[in-house]
Ligand binder design. Structure first.
Ligand SMILES: [Fe+2]
Length: 273
């Protein structure tokens, strides 16, 4: 995830592209236990809720219950499957740095893990959100291509002053996307699969809208980061997402200039519930 408004260069100890060594050997036993607790909770909840590509990716990368995964080991498999790698960063990185990594098939992941008292919610993405939530989908060839296209699109959107619109595409797909399948709705968004509460809320709760994916509508729909979603967008396929993202967004941004944002109805439950 990227952050607006980070000024200056990388923090001390980070490289020019904001990456750091993961330092896997330095995680404390208590930090591995946090991973195992979160992993076991979500792994029990997600069969029948998460989409097959996510569950297959989780298996393929062997993100099992032995603790925080070593990026070097994940990367051997991920590189072989789709040419992606995971790189460690100290926390949120500037937008241009984030997009540059994605455009080069590198996923920047937080190196730190939440504290035991933060199991259910923290605002800044940690290694559990970033690796458990995001990395399994990078094993899917079409989704992997979409993430690269998104990074390239991010760099263009920055030049065109339309990042606030494009960021909504990331939010409503990569973070909070649902997929329509013959077996019913399934989750692929990282913000959902890494959250115990939202993994059930998004599919079972009557309150949120679940709308068919529409690129223009997504780009006109604001979002809140501290509540469960009021609206989810449902993809018919990842190919549709990739195809939509490969069109010329400059034309879309021109159309958006004359269109208002769409209002949210109210607010869903707080994300910490
Ligand atoms: Fe994320």
């Amino acid at each position: 995830m990227s952050a607006d408004g980070i000024a200056g260069g990388p923090p001390p100890g980070a490289r020019a592209d904001w990456t750091i060594d993961q330092g896997w050997e330095r995680y404390a036993p208590g930090e591995h236990r946090v991973w195992i607790t979160l992993y076991e909770r979500q792994a029990a909840l997600l069969p029948g809720r998460a989409c097959d590509p996510f569950l297959r990716g989780l298996e393929a990368l062997d993100l099992h219950r032995t603790g925080i995964p070593d990026f070097a080991r994940i990367n051997e498999e991920l590189r072989r499957l789709t040419g992606w790698t995971v790189v460690a960063v100290p926390g949120l990185v500037p937008d241009d740095v984030f997009f540059e990594h994605l455009a080069n098939r590198r996923f920047p992941a937080g190196q730190f893990i939440r504290k035991p008292e933060q199991l259910d919610y923290l605002q800044e993405p940690d290694i559990f959100h970033d690796v458990f939530g995001h990395v399994p989908m990078l094993t899917d060839p079409i989704f992997a291509d979409y993430m690269q296209a998104y990074g390239e699109g991010g760099l263009r959107a920055m030049r065109l002053g339309r990042l606030h619109n494009l960021a909504r595409l990331y939010w409503y797909t990569v973070e909070f996307g649902l997929l329509d399948t013959p077996e019913g709705l399934r989750i692929y968004g990282a913000g959902i699969v890494s959250s115990r509460g939202e993994s059930t809320y998004c599919l079972d709760d009557p309150r949120p809208d679940r709308l068919a994916f529409d690129l223009m509508r997504v780009m006109r729909t604001p979002y809140r980061i501290d509540h469960f979603q009021e609206v989810y967008f449902v993809l018919p396929s990842f190919q549709r997402l990739l195809d939509d993202t490969l069109q010329d967004f400059a034309q879309i941004y021109r159309r958006l200039e004359s269109l208002e944002d769409l209002p949210l109805r109210g607010s869903g439950p707080a994300a910490s519930e």
